[in-house]
Design a binder for this molecule. Structure first.
Ligand SMILES: NC(=O)c1ccc[n+]([C@@H]2O[C@H](COP(=O)([O-])OP(=O)(O)OC[C@H]3O[C@@H](n4cnc5c(N)ncnc54)[C@H](O)[C@@H]3O)[C@@H](O)[C@H]2O)c1
Ligand SMILES: [Zn+2]
Ligand SMILES: [Zn+2]
Length: 356
């Protein structure tokens, strides 16, 4: 088969590799119809994730058809159309039993395209298939569904739910990349009074407006002043950090009201100063988190019911074999306007539809 293989920092190629086969009785092999590229894949290519061994197939998001299952797989069978989640879960360890699948101790967590071969390929082996793939209802298009593999559960769980967004809140979202934009969409499920988006890129701020932000502001123009203006000087009830650099995290803490919440989603590669000399008196709650994907089934039901717009985040569609071109477009997002770049995604090649 063909796959996008990582060959060390700055090096990758869409090339021939051996087809994956079943290794454990709990594995499934999925033929990939649709996949996408995550900012994390770019981090891997930059060399920021050194535990990824050269030779690894990248990618942790896919929709496809189950073609083979191990003898212990119970919830899916060949012919089923499934979503492959970015998080794999054994379902038995202490963390899985809490729904904290991201922390799985039984060989799961974020492993696809990280510790084992991933989904930017014609076929992918998914360990612990019973809890790591989701049967797709026929009503959900593959290009929408693939956004439920990572960005929507991440934005919803680590941003909106950890931030405890409530009706009437002022929500500031710092960083309007795919994750921040998905947080803007998901926050609207809770009827906030207003959503304020902060970014450096005008294209991203335009996308934020299109997806429902009420106000947008350039990160270089003291966004905390606009937030204060709109909230009678108090600050935002909830601030979602969706960038992952010290400046953006510190900006979040200047925007939050006393008693408010800062939900950190961004992956930080550098230490950040926590200004407790200012914060100790503000009763602020800060949360951190890796996505668990416990919310994927409910997000899927909402998408099937038309309550969660997915493809409004998709700006570019390629065929699988255009992987290298897709990477080029995605990695130059400021020039190309790319938000989510989807590969494959033939509309509705439904193989079988049955109740979950
Ligand atoms: N916690 C998790 O489980 C999890 C899962 C997936 C991704 N992430 C992380 O979430 C973050 C966002 O992901 P993404 O794919 O949207 O990334 P992205 O790089 O596409 O988007 C980040 C956005 O932040 C903007 N930005 C840069 N510096 C800024 C600043 N100082 N102030 C405001 N905006 C600024 C950029 O212009 C860009 O639009 C990344 O750090 C990613 O690694 C976390
Ligand atoms: Zn990802
Ligand atoms: Zn587990």
């Amino acid at each position: 088969m063909k796959a996008l293989v990582f060959h060390g920092p700055g090096e990758s190629a869409w090339e021939d590799v051996a087809d994956p086969g079943l290794q454990d009785a709990t594995d499934a092999i999925v033929r990939v119809d649709t996949t996408t590229i995550c900012g994390t894949d770019l981090h891997i290519l930059k060399g920021d994730v050194p535990e990824v061994p050269p030779g690894t197939v990248l990618g942790h998001e896919a929709v496809g058809e189950v073609v083979e299952i191990g003898s212990d797989v119970r919830t899916v069978r060949p012919g089923d159309r499934v979503l492959v989640s970015c998080i794999t879960a054994c379902g038995r360890c202490r963390f899985c039993r809490d729904g904290a699948y991201g922390q799985c101790l039984g060989g799961g967590g974020w492993i696809l395209g990280h510790l084992i071969n991933g989904a930017q390929a014609e076929y992918v082996r998914v360990p612990h298939a019973d809890l790591s793939v989701h049967l797709l209802p026929g009503a959900v298009d593959s290009k929408d569904a693939v956004l439920l593999a990572d960005i929507f559960p991440t934005a919803y769980e680590v941003g909106v739910l950890n931030g405890c967004v409530r009706p009437g809140d002022t929500v500031a979202v710092v960083g309007a990349g795919p994750i921040g934009l998905a947080a803007i969409v998901a926050a609207q499920l809770y009827s906030p009074e207003r959503i304020i988006a902060v970014d450096l890129a005008p294209t991203r701020l335009d996308a934020a407006k299109r997806l429902g932000a009420d106000a947008v502001v350039d990160a270089m123009e003291e966004p905390e002043l606009l937030v204060a203006d709109l909230t009678e000087g108090l600050g935002a009830d909830v601030v979602v950090e969706a960038v992952g650099v010290p400046e953006s995290f510190e900006a979040c803490l200047r925007m939050v009201r006393p008693g408010g919440r800062v939900a950190n989603v961004g992956v930080h590669g550098k230490p950040v100063t926590l200004h407790l000399e200012e914060l100790w008196i503000k009763n602020v709650t800060i949360t951190t988190g890796l996505v668990d994907t416990y919310s994927t089934p409910i997000l899927l039901r909402m998408m099937a019911a038309g309550r969660l717009p997915g493809s409004s985040l998709v700006t570019h569609i390629f065929q699988l074999e255009q992987m290298e071109e897709a990477y080029d477009v995605f990695s130059r997002a400021a020039d190309t306007g790319a938000i989510k770049v989807v590969l494959g995604g033939q509309p509705h090649d439904v193989v079988s539809v049955r109740a979950a």
